[in-house]
Design a protein around this ligand. Structure first.
Ligand code: NAP
Ligand code: HSE
Length: 431
């Protein structure tokens, strides 16, 4: 008997959509045998139906009319790989409102409008699956929702942006500066012409919001995430960090603490011995600590047509199986709690502080006094790069509340002996 065929509407046929099409085409038999369902791409929405896409497309499959998918009763499964929060959001709402299951790779949409979309999916008994929205091909959404479901998750720390990890890897290997490496990343097609979303940390912050929501069963949106990008990292910071036994990585961090959920994305010094420190180039990885399983880490390609399609198609297979067995929505939204967020000022970290100072007796004592006045205890102080009567001081603090450090820095800035506060970076993963 031939398997039941489920008709699919694909919204978008760019990098990810093209990958989805290729994987479905190449592994059609295998997918049908694994699911008991034939997945048929019935319609594909694009902007330009005349573009050469290098794909074996059936005649008439492309459309520029969203109604051909959203209002087509034969289409039971919609796959949104258009991106953005404009038309994609409108179409996602319409698909779910019609009771169609939805698979999406769109972190921008989920990190801002997840609550509404999950409510809609729940009301309509539809699946809303989004494995590809965080860390591309790495299984992590299903891991947190299902495989580690028995755990109380204590922390999730991720390298969630391939572009910036590639840039930091190059800066570390070659001692190059940020601008030089950005140009190289753009030439290779890693960084976009407008690299803001990647280098300012917004892309990683959206992914952090999604991971935190699932890990801690409470809705966390992009606006809740404290964000800093990598634009201020210099070759000197990377060298000094290495000398101290650390690497610098852009991290998405989410922790469950007694004072609330900590959720932040920023560059940080990570011990060279931490499993995430070995993640190089454009690779992503997510480190998860659960109260039963202990430490785990998930590693792979966070972007690209086929790695991302690997996650999208697996979601399509789950959604199709659920339709076949009449159980769509069986694993729905897991945000059943309302947890407070821990204010950033109360987050406790060790810190790296690089200062350019006047090099003369008594300067260190003045600086140490300011830190001491704000209960910031210093763990290490090294003098670097002495030129004439100027020197660079690199300090590592003991763990301290962020607000105390900020207050100390505010008092240090105006000191006559402090020429510049070069950089301040948190130290992560030392626990
Ligand atoms: P992309 O290459 O720019 O492709 C977007 C596709 O959507 C194109 O086929 C485009 O049509 C179509 N489209 C866009 N707006 C449309 C509109 N208003 N009406 C009709 N069609 C429209 O994007 P992508 O890189 O595949 O990314 C898609 C999604 O996957 C995004 O949410 C992204 O964040 C996510 N994602 C991407 C990656 C990755 O590696 N690229 C990894 C993980 C997640 P035309 O082809 O006719 O222009
Ligand atoms: N721009 C992202 C990255 C890929 O560099 O990892 C899409 O999320």
């Amino acid at each position: 008997m031939s398997p039941r065929v489920i008709k699919v509407g694909l919204l978008g046929l760019g990098t990810v959509g093209g990958g989805v099409y290729r994987v479905l085409h190449k592994n059609r038999e295998l997918i049908a045998r694994k699911t008991g369902v034939g997945l048929e791409i019935a319609k594909i929405l694009v902007r330009d139906p005349h573009k050469d896409r290098g794909l074996p497309l059936a005649p008439g499959v492309l459309t520029t009319d969203p109604h051909a998918i959203l209002d087509n009763p034969e289409i039971e499964l919609v796959v949104e790989v258009m991106g953005g929060t404009g038309a994609a959001l409108e179409y996602a709402r319409r698909a779910l409102a019609q009771g169609k299951s939805l698979v999406t790779a769109n972190k921008d949409m989920l990190a801002a409008h997840g609550k509404e979309l999950f409510r809609l999916a729940q009301e309509r008994g539809a699946d809303l699956l989004f494995e590809a929205s965080v860390a591309g091909g790495i299984p992590i959404i299903r891991v947190l929702k299902q495989c580690l479901a028995a755990n109380r998750i204590e922390q999730v720390i991720g390298i969630l942006n391939g572009t910036t990890n590639y840039m930091l890897t190059r800066m570390t290997a070659e001692g190059s500066d940020f601008q030089e490496v950005l140009r190289a990343a753009q030439a290779l097609g890693y960084a976009e012409a407008d690299p803001t979303n990647d280098v300012e940390g917004y892309d990683a912050a959206r992914k952090t919001a999604i991971l935190a929501s699932i890990a801690f069963n409470t809705r966390i949106s992009f606006k809740d995430v404290y964000v800093e990008g990598i634009t201020k990292i210099t070759a000197a910071d990377i060298t000094y960090a290495r000398e101290l036994g650390y690497v610098i990585k852009l991290l998405g961090i989410a922790k469950d603490t007694p004072e609330g959920i900590e959720v932040r994305t920023h560059p940080a010094l990570l011990p060279q011995t931490h499993p995430l420190a070995a993640v190089q180039d454009a690779f992503n990885a997510v480190f998860v600590r659960g109260d039963a399983v202990g430490d785990t880490m998930f590693y792979g390609r966070g972007a690209g047509d086929l790695p991302t399609a690997s996650a999208v198609v697996a979601d399509m297979m789950d959604a199709a199986r659920n339709i076949l067995h009449r159980v769509p929505g069986i694993i729905s939204c897991t945000c059943f709690e309302e947890r407070p967020l821990k204010p950033m000022g109360r987050v406790r970290c060790k810190n790296y502080v690089r200062l350019r100072v006047v090099d003369r007796p008594g300067v260190l004592a003045q600086i140490a006094k300011v830190f001491g006045d704000h209960q910031v205890s210093l763990a290490a102080v090294t003098q670097k790069d002495t030129r004439g009567d100027r020197a660079e001081l690199v300090l590592i603090t003991h763990e301290v509340a962020e607000q105390n450090l900020r207050d100390a820095l505010a008092d240090l800035g105006p000191l006559e002996v402090v020429e510049e506060i070069g950089n301040v970076l948190r130290v992560e993963g030392d626990d």
